[in-house]
Design a protein around this ligand. Structure first.
Ligand SMILES: [Zn+2]
Length: 449
């Protein structure tokens, strides 16, 4: 609107000026390059205006001509960019449906069109990893370290790679780098914790937990749990080196924080027994039995009863398990001691109670032993068969790889996951074991933590 008003004003002014020039009487005489020119002021003005327009036009035409190659280049660049982005989108789509060959071809095409960008490096790294080409994956991840947007992602990818190849020192470097970029990242904190615990660097592991808690990478509950796990590991380390009194201090700290942690209670009781403090050992095991009745705790308590007469052991065990009277393990613990003492009637009664709660292989086997002791071979065989057929099993199992383990460890012996082993009563183990993950994780490097 403003522009229209301006045009109208300019036109009107021009018209007024021309009208004035027509009205102006007289001639203009001039000598130009030896030429004598006589003309009217109107013609002279129009000629000058025409000349001015001609010069402007010539400049414009020249500019268009000169800028032609760069305009052509710009147009090509925009086209390349658009085609590159399209190839990139198609590459990600191909990767998400596991069409690796196509994803690779499209990534190469997008790299040609867009040049080497963080996203093409990321895709190349991801594809290389899927194909097991660790060298190319590492090379591309290292390039991602140079980009601010992908620095953390690259450090994390390189850390995972170092851990996989068992290169602990490189893993520490990248875990520290990831932690310095994102101190609030639980992944970075847990990774550092993981490598430090592997290296038995307990003090540094505790410092990592404290820092992670300050930056809210770990909750207070997680932090105190992990500290207790490290205290326990430290206690095991000291116990193996016969430093019982320091081991006792660390094991007691772990047991105080996590009274339900079976290995900590068993170790602390073992240390107390070694130091001749049987009452303390009994108190520790009772505290744990109350919250976590577990066969290893019962077995440790049984060790405290070796000096007693067999029938006294049964009474002592009955008293011990009375803090968790309804638990299957309480019945089994008494049944086993009663069997050893030759009290078959009590053993049978307690095993029946355990079987009524859960038909576990251990209870079936105990029943088989009782039938064998009573010389009922046929019934014993039946119980053995029942034991082998039951799908129920209580065992230490890894939450990450689902495999059963003979004992608790801080890292899973199979998949190396940290704090993944838990006691589990598995009712469908055979079915669970056949479940295999077939889904392809399109961009596992992009996991969020
Ligand atoms: Zn595992």
């Amino acid at each position: 609107m403003l522009r229209l008003l301006l045009y109208i004003t300019v036109l009107m002014l021009t018209a007024v000026l021309l009208a004035r020039l027509i009205e102006v009487p007289g001639y203009v005489d001039m000598v130009w390059f030896g030429w004598y020119i006589e003309t009217t002021p109107l013609f002279l003005t129009l000629s000058l205006l025409g000349l001015f327009a001609l010069v402007i036009g010539a400049f414009w035409a020249l500019d268009r001509l000169v800028s032609l190659p760069s305009r052509y280049r710009n147009k090509r660049r925009v086209e390349y960019h658009e085609r590159g982005l399209s190839a990139l989108t198609e590459a990600i789509a191909a990767l998400s449906v596991s069409d690796i060959a196509n994803a690779k071809k499209l990534t190469k095409r997008s790299e040609k069109l867009l040049g080497k960008t963080p996203i093409t490096h990321l895709l190349t790294a991801q594809l290389a990893r899927l194909e097991g080409d660790e060298e190319t994956a590492t090379e591309n991840l290292k390039r991602l370290l140079d980009f601010k947007e992908t620095h953390f992602l690259a450090a994390r990818g390189l850390l995972e790679q170092a851990r996989k190849s068992g290169d602990v020192e490189t893993a520490v470097t990248y875990a520290q780098e990831a932690g310095s970029i994102r101190p609030d990242s639980s992944f970075a904190a847990l990774s550092l914790l993981d490598v430090y615990t592997h290296q038995k660097r307990w003090q540094q592991a505790i410092e990592v937990i404290n820092r992670a808690q300050r930056h809210r990478a770990l909750t207070a509950v997680e932090a105190s749990r992990y500290k207790a796990l490290i205290e326990y590991q430290h206690a095991v380390y000291l116990y193996d080196r016969d430093d019982f009194s320091t081991a006792q201090r660390y094991a007691a700290a772990a047991h105080k924080t996590l009274p339900d942690m079976v290995p900590a209670a068993v170790l602390l009781a073992e240390i107390f027994s070694t130091l001749g403090k049987k009452r303390n050992a009994s108190a520790v095991l009772t505290r744990t039995w109350k919250v976590s009745p577990h066969p290893e705790v019962a077995a440790q308590y049984k060790k405290l009863l070796t000096d007693l007469l067999p029938e006294k052991r049964v009474t002592a065990m009955e008293k011990f398990v009375s803090v968790s009277p309804e638990d299957m393990e309480s019945h089994l613990a008494v049944a086993e001691v009663a069997f050893d003492a030759g009290q078959y009637g009590k053993a049978r009664e307690e095993t029946r109670k355990a079987l009524n709660i859960l038909e576990s292989p251990r209870a079936c086997e105990l029943m088989a032993k009782l039938e064998e002791a009573a010389d009922n071979k046929e019934k014993a065989t039946k119980w053995h068969t029942r034991a082998s057929k039951t799908l129920i099993e209580a065992a230490w199992a890894c939450e990450s790889c689902k495999k059963h383990q003979p004992q608790w460890t801080l890292h899973c012996p199979d998949c190396d996951a940290f704090d993944s082993i838990h006691w589990r009563i598995d009712r469908h183990r055979k079915a669970a074991d056949t479940q295999a993950s077939t889904a392809v994780d399109a961009l596992p490097l992009l996991k969020t933590h």
